[in-house]
Design a protein around this ligand. Structure first.
Ligand SMILES: C[S@@+](CC[C@H](N)C(=O)[O-])C[C@H]1O[C@@H](n2cnc3c(N)ncnc32)[C@H](O)[C@@H]1O
Length: 265
């Protein structure tokens, strides 16, 4: 995207799930070029020290609307701003928060002078899937278990519909310091449509120090510790285990073809 001289820029940048190896060169360039980087403190720490002259603007994880407006205000002053998200910025993250600000009926006139660009990243579901094999090899649904921004009844009805439709389920935000009960309730809904042996990938801190990836049967999820740095991938009726050469644990994959579809279809 070309930039008009004198205008500010707001780059909404996905940092990927963890360290630099899974970050796109485009994301790295946008962060390096930025005069200002806005983001949740943890994600700014992941970036390491700022480039010379670069200003960092750390903020609380929950203040997304204020953070987005602040980033737009800085860019409207003619600065080159990067607002960073983990994973992909369009998946439960800052790209939608910025668009919500741009959609405000009272949006400041100064924001007209900002060029906005969204730079994608590897989302946690993709990273966890890569560690496990190919659990997302067939149709899947991505659902956040957080009821901070939507009613729990919506979460539950989406889980029920997606589970009944035999989607693989990538479950973001399964728990937090203040939310403990949602996962148990979600697993009860899913369990009505899945066998107890359905493989579940439990992936914590994927791509970061201390990464932990386990595969457990759905019936064994009670015993598994899950927090806000964990993503779950619950298999469909077709998801199965496979021995992958050189791996110290079994892989998980979802075949691309349903068994009753002939091989030459
Ligand atoms: C607010 S969402 C942000 C998702 C992010 N934009 C993405 O595309 O991955 C935060 C949730 O993403 C998941 N997550 C993000 N990074 C992760 C990682 N490195 N390992 C495991 N789960 C992760 C967790 O479920 C966490 O609660």
């Amino acid at each position: 995207m070309s930039r008009r001289t004198g205008r500010g820029r707001l780059a909404i940048v996905g940092l990927g799930p963890g360290g630099a190896p899974w970050r796109t060169p485009a994301a790295d360039a946008l962060v390096t070029e930025a005069t200002d980087v806005v983001g949740y403190t943890t994600y700014l720490d992941i970036l390491g020290p700022p480039a010379a002259g670069q200003v960092r603007h750390p903020s609380d994880n929950r203040a997304e609307g204020r953070r987005a407006a602040h980033a737009l205000d800085l860019a409207a002053e003619g600065r080159s701003v990067a607002v960073v998200s983990s994973g992909d910025p369009g998946v439960f993250a800052m790209a939608a928060a910025v668009m919500e600000q741009l959609d405000r009926p009272d949006r400041p006139a100064a924001w007209e002078d900002v060029d906005v660009v969204v730079s994608p990243g590897v989302s946690a579901a993709q990273a966890a899937a890569a560690r496990a094999g190919a659990p997302l090899g067939h149709d899947f649904a991505t659902i956040s278990l957080s009821d901070n921004l939507k009613p729990w009844s919506v979460v539950e009805s989406r889980l029920a519909a997606a589970a009944a439709a035999d989607f693989v389920l990538a479950l973001y935000n399964p728990a937090s310091r203040h939310r403990h009960s949602q996962l148990g309730r979600a697993l009860a809904v899913i369990g009505a449509h899945r066998g107890p042996d359905t493989p579940v990938v439990v992936a914590r801190d994927v791509g970061r120090a201390g990464e932990q990836v386990d595969v457990v049967p759905l019936a064994g999820m009670d015993a598994v510790a899950v927090d806000m740095r964990t993503i779950l991938i619950v298999g469909s009726s077709q998801t199965r285990m496979v021995d992958v050469p050189g791996w110290d644990r079994r892989g998980v994959y979802t075949p691309r073809r349903y068994p009753d579809v002939p091989a030459d279809a």
